[in-house]
Design a protein around this ligand. Structure first.
Ligand code: UDP
Ligand code: GLC
Length: 382
């Protein structure tokens, strides 16, 4: 099966990292078309996945746009659609991995007469999107997609709640290669030394810096923990959230936590950094569609505490393979951090349990088999 994958992003967010694993088995007969240049293209090339940047013109629709803005952006899409149609006729299937890719992919699927699959990585709810964008995404998926792959039951439920056709959907979680998350103890202790955290209780947060990812909740919780508790914030403001970064620095200064919070920026060595942590936190204040970082922490054998909403509740069972806290509640998060600090034995048992379960449940081999099955069963020849 020859697949034309489409993704709007030039930067590697979770949906893009997931796409790398999905496209890999098809790389000798696939193309990933991007709507922006950037480091995601380089990552695809490093994985020997053919990639082409279809436009260098930024598409202006924002996540919270109104109907006029949405319509206005349709005109600027014409050259991009033409390019996608031209490429699509060489492929059997168009696989849209993001919302703007769905818009372009839907029109191209009609013109090139190719089936369309939409991989839904978002919770299509008013918390995350404007009404217009919700309506556009759901209507296009309903009308043009042969299949909607939702990254969690939460994303699937929100799609149906927003008017999406339930019979189009199937839930497939992100897949991971467990051996990439095995690290060497000696390297970990060197890394802790280099970061100046060898004698600390290290709480890691691995996420782009964005208000709904809730780094401010961790900082507030940190102020309620003993002084040896230190936070690593790994990730960058990928989509221009500079104002939030400024606020985080102000919050840290106000709480006098300058020596207990380290910003590491975007990093490619996530398994190594997770291994250097004692606990990994996930603090999204809006429901997380899936939450790759939660699974990655489990695969690294690290205890993880996640915000209890969206896909995270499908990944974590409180007290069994991790911990759950109410989103936006720093007090509760601080209590969990403190109890992990005090009961290292029980916490390690939970983390080991999580590693064993996650290595099976999210194994990329099984996940890719599920993808291959649904693609071949849903492939409708026009
Ligand atoms: N990530 C990374 N470098 C960083 C921060 C995050 O490679 O500095 C990765 C992280 O390991 C995870 C992904 O980015 O695989 C984020 O995916 P997630 O599903 O957690 O959240 P998203 O940003 O997609 O909403
Ligand atoms: C999106 C979601 C994230 C999910 C990722 C991969 O970026 O925000 O929750 O884990 O896609 O499906």
């Amino acid at each position: 099966m020859k697949i034309l994958f489409l993704d709007q992003s030039g930067k590697p967010g979770g949906a893009e990292l997931c796409l790398i694993d999905i496209a890999k088995p098809y790389r000798d007969r696939a193309l990933v078309g991007l709507f922006a240049d950037g480091s995601f293209k380089t990552l695809l090339q490093q994985n020997h996945i053919p990639v082409e940047v279809f436009t260098h013109q930024p598409i202006q629709v924002r996540k919270q746009s109104n109907l006029l803005q949405a319509l206005g952006s349709l005109g600027q899409l014409a050259p991009l659609v033409a390019k996608v149609v031209q490429r699509a006729i060489e492929y059997d299937l168009i696989y849209a991995n993001t919302q703007k890719a769905l818009v372009v992919g839907a029109i191209a699927s009609l013109l090139a007469r190719r089936p369309l699959v939409y991989h839904l990585h978002d919770i299509l709810s008013p918390e995350h999107f404007s009404k217009t964008n919700l309506r556009v995404a759901v209507n296009l998926a309903n009308r043009f997609a042969s299949l909607v792959i939702a990254n969690s039951q939460a994303s699937e439920a929100a799609f149906v709640q927003a008017g999406g056709r339930a019979e189009l959907t199937t839930v497939i979680y992100n897949g991971f290669e467990p051996k990439l998350y095995q690290t060497c103890a000696l390297d970990t202790s060197k890394l802790r030394q280099n970061l100046g955290i060898e004698d600390k209780f290290v709480v890691g947060h691995f996420s782009r810096l964005s208000p709904w990812k809730g780094q401010h909740i961790l900082i507030e919780a940190l102020a309620k923990c003993p002084p040896q508790v230190t936070a690593l914030l790994v990730g960058d403001a990928l989509f221009g959230e500079q104002e939030y970064v400024k606020q985080l620095h102000q919050q840290i200064a106000q709480l006098g936590l300058e020596n207990r919070v380290k910003f590491l920026g975007f990093r490619a060595d996530i398994p190594q950094l997770m291994a250097a942590c004692d606990l990994v936190t996930h603090t999204s204040t809006a429901p997380e569609p899936f939450g790759r970082v939660i699974v990655e922490a489990m695969l690294c054998g690290k205890p993880v505490v996640a915000a209890k909403a969206g896909g995270a509740t499908e990944l974590v069972e409180h007290g069994i393979n991790g911990f759950l806290t109410t989103p936006g509640e720093p007090e509760e998060l601080a209590n969990i951090i403190n109890s992990c600090l005090e009961d290292i034995h029980n916490t390690a048992t939970i983390a080991n349990n999580a590693k064993a379960i996650a290595s099976e449940r999210f194994n990329v081999v099984n996940i890719n088999r599920q993808i291959a099955q649904v693609l071949s069963s849903k492939l409708i020849v026009y």
